[in-house]
Design a protein around this ligand. Sequence first.
Ligand code: NDP
Length: 284
Amino acid sequence: MTKELNFKQELTAAFGQPISENPTQVMVEAAYRHHNLDWRYLTIEVGPNDLEDAVRGAKVMGFQGFNCTIPHKVKVIDYLDGLGESASLMGAVNCVVRKDGQWIGENTDGKGFVSSLRELTDPSGKKVVIFGAGGAARAIGVEVALAGASAITIVNRSSGRGEELSSLLDEKLPAEANFIPWEKTFVIPDGTDVLINATSIGLFPDLDARLDLDIESLTSETVVADVIPNPPETNLVRDAKGKGCKVIDGLGMLVNQGVIGIRHWTGIDPDPVVMRAALEEVFD
Ligand code: NDP
């Protein structure tokens, strides 16, 4: 009997610039191998002027989908056929999925964050403080609000971006939101259930950087989350653990957004333990 041979792998990718330090391939391909999928996830440098061609190229070459990262998350929308609900609210896409020959834009960053959060607490009815108002804060703010958080405080250095995000949450989503300009050491309000660093403070190589936050005002009842994936053990993560808080590090969000992306592309539910272990190996 002749075995049927297939040399054509299914393709997925990350498009971005810079892209060489993006570790997503390691965890996604670990999942493909673990689940016996003959799929690849390619890390591809695409500059802003080439994005349209890259998206068209991926379509004609039969890619099943791709992630897009800095600087493409907003611009890519111009080249897609439709958007999921939260991507449309955020105005940003980080995961593109082929559905019936069309490119549909999703945002899995905030959803990945909320999956991590749910492992420790249900966001419904919770009071949440978010530091930052960039892409990550926007994705997290929208998904935490969709998950039922009752109050969201945005704390940000620049007022323009901070006010814009708090207005979006307050007006278009069921949460009450307010903005506090980050002009001095931030004292955590009593009753804060979840505190999230969604700024880039602490990202490699700024290992010593610290949020301007009164750590004495942090109590063990607050769940603390940091989006920084590299290194996962930031000063905030260490300080919060020292205070006895339950903590989510940036690998939690990264793995869970990857889980959702793989589910969109392949239809299987990948094992997050395998994906996290692959990342821990490279960040060791
Ligand atoms: P943006 O550039 O869109 O936003 C950066 C945010 O950080 C802004 O709110 C900015 O404030 C704030 N910020 C930066 N430096 C400082 C500083 N020194 N003091 C005070 N505030 C500061 O970036 P993103 O939102 O896209 O990404 C933020 C972080 O999230 C990155 O480190 C990225 O690695 C991480 N991330 C992690 C993911 C994961 O899966 N774990 C997924 C996506 C992102 P201002 O508005 O005043 O400039």
